[in-house]
Design a protein around this ligand. Structure first.
Ligand SMILES: NC(=O)c1ccc[n+]([C@@H]2O[C@H](COP(=O)([O-])OP(=O)(O)OC[C@H]3O[C@@H](n4cnc5c(N)ncnc54)[C@H](OP(=O)(O)O)[C@@H]3O)[C@@H](O)[C@H]2O)c1
Length: 333
């Protein structure tokens, strides 16, 4: 079968290759063999391939195969699994999902209802589950709906859009921050009443303070890091939380030290990388939420482009391009 493979860390366009490998063996009793049809290219996949999560760590001998989530059909299921061959499923966390077939523990396989498209199913886990983690982090903070403002940076991103939609439903006052002026209109097409500020022009901090209209900024949800996150930390109200879930800028966050004692700031982070270790009932509730979102808010799972595995170089370059209107998917149909 075909798979995507890399032998060394480096620029994804340069190190990724299509390779022929043996298909996985028959599933164990509690495993599912999935024929993968679609999978997303996440920023996190690209960080992994470039070696940024574990600087200096070597790629295992024989190469590494990316991909933690995907959508496909059951080819064969172990004896304690109720899924029949041909059932539409998505999975996370899996392994080597950028290959044509993969074995997944049954507890991480989600059956896909008819009302969910293949494209939304391919994005069912990483993005919505990160949204669930962020929502819990907001709810665990001291910020109160109707009192505090929640600000999201990189607000046009897939995680941010889903999170904004759920925060608004729960009665929070939300402000989006984007890096391009054009991004303001793009986000207002989805959320017409959302205040959106662009950091492209000088003075954006004053615009943000004006948009908050006297309410304290209780939480900033930030996947950008660098100057943006540092500036946002300084705008937080007393006891405010900077919740970090990415580092798109690649730069460290610098915050004036005296802000911690004087304003009692909190900085923490969430990662979907630890989601599988959560209690089973929490995971089940998160999957229910993800399926509801995919069924009822399909427009929040947009696809920018779909490439065959053979075009992996073009796919990852496209996934890294600014101004995308949706996820880049890799197909093997
Ligand atoms: N912690 C976790 O478990 C977890 C899970 C999923 C994702 N993430 C992280 O969350 C981030 C967003 O992922 P996503 O899938 O939601 O994103 P996405 O749909 O790929 O969109 C990325 C967004 O970030 C903006 N952006 C990119 N680089 C930026 C920069 N240097 N400064 C400011 N804005 C920038 C883009 O703006 P333009 O429209 O201007 O291009 C776009 O709106 C990534 O860092 C990803 O690694 C973390």
């Amino acid at each position: 079968m075909r798979t995507i493979l890399y032998l060394d860390h480096g620029k994804p366009e340069e190190v990724l290759q299509v390779a022929e490998v043996d298909a996985p063996a028959s599933p164990g009793p509690c495993e599912v063999l999935v024929r993968v049809l679609l999978r997303p290219v996440h920023h996190g996949d690209l960080l992994n391939i470039s070696g940024r999560y574990r600087p200096g760590a070597a790629v295992p001998q024989g190469g590494a195969r990316p991909g933690l989530e995907g959508f496909g059909i059951v080819e064969q299921a172990g004896e304690c699994v109720h899924l029949k061959p041909g059932t539409r499923v998505a999975f996370f966390p899996g392994a080597a999902a950028w290959g044509e077939k993969t074995l997944v523990p049954a507890e991480y396989v989600t059956e896909i209802p008819d009302g969910v498209s293949d494209e939304a199913a391919a994005q069912l886990h990483v993005t919505p589950l990160t949204t669930a983690l962020l929502l819990r982090a907001v709810e665990a903070s001291a910020a109160k709906a109707g009192h505090d403002v929640i600000v999201l940076t990189a607000a046009g991103g897939a995680v941010a859009r889903l999170t904004i939609s759920l925060l608004l439903e729960r009665g929070y006052d939300v402000i989006g921050v984007v890096r391009r002026e054009a991004g303001v209109n793009e986000l207002n097409m989805v959320f017409p009443d959302l205040p959106v500020i662009s950091t492209e022009r000088e003075g954006w901090q004053q615009k943000l303070i004006a948009a908050a209209a006297g309410q304290p900024i209780g939480v900033v949800l930030d996947p950008v890091g660098g100057e943006t996150a540092g500036a946002m930390a300084q705008l937080l109200g007393q006891g405010g939380n900077l919740i970090v879930y990415g580092n798109l800028s690649g730069d460290p966050v610098s915050v004036p030290g005296l802000l911690f004692p004087t304003r009692d700031l909190h900085i923490c982070g969430v990662t979907v990388g630890r989601w599988a270790a959560l209690p089973a009932e929490v995971r089940k509730a998160d999957i229910r939420l993800a399926l509801e979102l995919a069924e009822q808010k399909a427009d929040l799972f947009p696809v920018e482009a779909t490439y065959d595995l053979a075009d992996i170089g073009k796919a990852v370059a496209h996934a890294e391009a600014p101004g995308r209107a949706g996820m880049v998917l890799l197909a093997s149909r």
